[in-house]
Design a protein around this ligand. Sequence first.
Ligand SMILES: Cc1ncc(COP(=O)(O)O)c(C=O)c1O
Length: 406
Amino acid sequence: MFSVLFSPNILANNSRVFFLKKKFSKLSWEDIRNDYSLHEDFINLESGYYNIVPKPTLDSFYSHVNNLNIEGSYFMRNKMKDRSKIINKKLSKFLGCPEDELVVTRNTTESLDLIISGYPWKKNDHVIFAHQDYGSMKDMFYQVSKRYGINYDIVSIPNNPKDDQEIINIYKNKINDKTKMIFVSHMINITGQILPIKKICKMAHQHQVEVLVDGAHCVGHFSFKISDLGCDYYGSSLHKWLATPLGLGILYVAKKKISKIWPLLASNIKSDNDIMRFDHKGTNPFHNQMAIENALEYIDKIGLSRKESRLRDLHTYVKKKLKHNKKVYFNSPSDSERYCGILNLGIKKISPEKLEKILFDRYKIFTVSINEKGVKGCRVTPNVFTNYKELDIFISSINKITNEIS
Ligand SMILES: Cc1ncc(COP(=O)(O)O)c(C=O)c1O
């Protein structure tokens, strides 16, 4: 018996099974939390700006910095191009789009501003965007409006739409015969609301209007394929929910639209249909791009749909626990299909700025205040390292704050 149980063959098989299990099973939430160096002085509930990087990705990144500094120009001249192709291939597979419609950029701002500033605008062309869109892109529309004489309509998206059609109609009602483009956020950053991009694109294309999508918060946050959306242009930041080092983003341009956009930095690529005409960046920190592969490996160990469910569950947990507190209101949608990790809530009679300050000064919880028309509250953004214990501290802090107001 003894010899059967402990025969070297069985031991070898068992350890192989253990090794395979370890290799192919997903990380537990505790393992994931341990993969992060978290600040000891406060609870980080502000992963909306960017995501801090887990240690495995960070270690690989440091070694890329080191190796690049040894290989120097030799790497840049002989290896960078091929490495870049490998990274692009893996990234396009993750994003669900063809490789020849994707380039790596520095961030969403660069990706979207490249399209807005490089579009062949003519005087009196018309665009539609929303109050809830990100400021930098709105600023670029104001700039091209001054530069080329284009007109715009700014719509407003309700925090709790009745259905998708309500949102589609908001854009549709503003389309006129000069409308060239709708600029729309896939996820509104201040409330976390996810918009029905596929349906908006379908409607827009029926009116020969192109769609530029701001997906800053979507890549690595929840599951979707860019190609399924049917949009013309898509920009995102990888340093947000893919948790790459800072300074990485993507730009997707549908094949048939590549030739019409002027690159931000002129390139020596001869063909106007080649996506690489948007890739020219000058000398840049390529070790950043190398870490994309590591970030992809890490998210694979978590599982993207598992991450999406977890983030949505964390959001729902806070909402459920605070639902009965009559002094608390939510700026994020109630319908769970319209939100994921990002949550925005406010307390009646307390300004967003004051709430942010009380949470940090008194309870050591880091959030960010948002004080915009229709959205007054604190944005609370958990991450894969957030646990329910931290959320319980947040919930009890909110209850204590509301107990103190009359
Ligand atoms: C909706 C949205 N768009 C664009 C951006 C800009 O992203 P980046 O600063 O990475 O370019 C942000 C940043 O938070 C955002 O929330």
